[in-house]
Design a protein around this ligand. Structure first.
Ligand code: S3P
Length: 176
C-alpha cells in the first residue's frame, strides 16, 4: 500500500484535483471527509454540532489510520488533517504527501458559500480563514514531500503539475 495524499487548506482543490489524478493514475479516489461521513452516518456539519471539533478530529484520525489496510489510492484529506502529530506521522508513513498551497483569499473565492464548513462559520470567514491558514501553513509544509502553488491554476493544470512532479521523482529514483 502506498497512497498519494493531497493536503492543504479548504478550497485548495484537493477533491477535484484528486479525482483527476486518480483517473490518470488508474487508482481509486478516496475523499476522507466522505469516509468519515459514511462511517458516522452523519454529515461533517452534524458531527461538529453533535460531537464538537474534538469528536470530528477523532473520527478523522480513525479514518486516516484505516487507510493502512486499504489498497493504494489517491486521498483528498480535510484541511485540518495535519493538526495531529500522529496524523502527520501516518501521512508520511503511508505514502507521498502533496501540499496544494493556496492563499486564504483565493480559497474563500473558490469556496464561495461557506455553508458546510463549520470552522469558517464561527465568525468573519475571511479573518477565520487567514488565521487558520497562518497557523497551519508550517504543518502543511513540514509534512509535504512536494508543495505546489495552485494560485491562478485550474484543477487540470494543478493535476498536470502534480503528475509531472511524481514522474520526475520516479525518474530520479530509478537513476540513483
Ligand atoms: C476542515 C476542513 C474540511 C472538513 C472540516 C474541517 C478543516 O475539509 O474536514 O470541515 O479543519 O480545515 P475540506 O478541506 O475538504 O474543506
Amino acid at each position: 500500500m502506498s497512497h498519494l495524499f493531497l493536503i492543504g487548506f479548504m478550497g485548495a482543490g484537493k477533491s477535484t484535483v484528486g479525482q483527476i489524478l486518480a483517473d490518470r493514475l488508474g487508482l481509486p479516489f478516496v475523499d476522507l471527509d466522505s469516509r468519515i461521513e459514511a462511517h458516522a452516518g452523519r454529515s461533517v456539519v452534524e458531527i461538529f454540532d453533535a460531537e464538537g471539533e474534538q469528536g470530528f478530529r477523532l473520527r478523522e484520525s480513525e479514518a486516516l489510520a484505516g487507510l493502512a489496510e486499504a489498497s493504494s489510492s489517491v486521498v483528498a484529506c480535510g484541511g485540518g488533517v495535519v493538526l495531529a502529530d500522529e496524523n502527520r506521522r501516518l501521512l508520511q508513513e503511508m505514502g507521498r504527501v502533496i501540499y496544494l498551497a493556496v492563499s486564504s483569499g483565493e480559497a474563500l473565492a473558490r469556496i464561495g458559500d461557506t455553508t458546510g464548513r463549520p470552522l469558517l462559520e464561527r465568525g468573519d470567514a475571511s479573518a477565520m480563514a487567514a488565521t487558520l491558514l497562518r497557523a497551519r501553513e508550517v504543518l502543511y509544509r513540514t509534512v509535504a514531500d512536494v508543495t505546489i502553488d495552485t494560485g491562478g491554476l485550474s484543477p487540470e493544470a494543478v493535476a498536470d503539475v502534480v503528475y509531472e512532479a511524481l514522474q520526475a521523482e520516479e525518474r530520479q529514483g530509478s537513476a540513483s
